[in-house]
Design a protein around this ligand. Structure first.
Ligand code: S3P
Length: 172
């Protein structure tokens, strides 16, 4: 059974790399944000707006608990998911966790162009966005770095990731 779980900050490219990896490995791809939107029939932004963040964090927990058992998949999780309800520990028991690491400059460029679907950064831009990302990344890296693999930006391709996963599994 193969299970690879991609974690990292908003804008890290978890969904894009996750889909490509799942295609190469011929296994299903799941994305926690997409699963939540599908089950609630509403967007992440409207869940934050109408019910607040802690309600959303509970939905994330339920989503992890309801993933298919005994089957292979690639999973991309929302940027905050590992940092609530001890879910980083849970993810580490479910499969191989991979942290897609980026510097703050890259993240802020990506989020400037693509922030409207992300309620935590939708209203921020310029220096306010950069300081928010810096503060959150510093806080969340304590959790993200518990991943079994840390992938720097230059290594974030399907080929490199498959190679790093095979090295990791040779060792274990
Ligand atoms: C969040 C990240 C988002 C989404 C929600 C909250 C976060 O997912 O779950 O807006 O707390 O970092 P992406 O990382 O896929 O953007």
């Amino acid at each position: 059974m193969k299970r690879i779980i991609l974690i990292g900050f908003m804008g890290a490219g978890k969904t894009t790399l996750g889909k490509a990896l799942a295609e190469s490995l011929f296994i299903p791809f799941y994305d926690t944000d997409a699963l939540i939107e599908h089950h609630t029939n509403s967007s992440i932004s409207s869940i934050f707006l109408n019910y607040g963040e802690s309600y959303f964090r509970n939905l994330e927990k339920e989503t992890i608990e309801n993933l298919p058992k005994n089957s292979s998949y690639v999973l991309a999780v929302g940027g905050g998911l590992p940092c609530f309800n001890n879910l980083m520990e849970t993810l580490n028991t479910l499969g191989t966790t991979v942290y897609l690491k980026h510097d703050v400059t890259t993240l802020s460029k990506r989020l400037t162009n693509d922030s409207e679907q992300r309620p935590l950064v939708a209203e921020k831009s310029g220096d306010a966005l950069i300081s928010y990302i810096q503060e959150k990344v510093d806080e969340r890296e304590l959790v993200y770095t518990k991943a079994q693999l840390i992938l720097e930006e230059a290594e974030q391709t399907t080929e490199r990731l498959i190679h790093r996963l095979s090295l990791l599994h040779q060792r274990s």
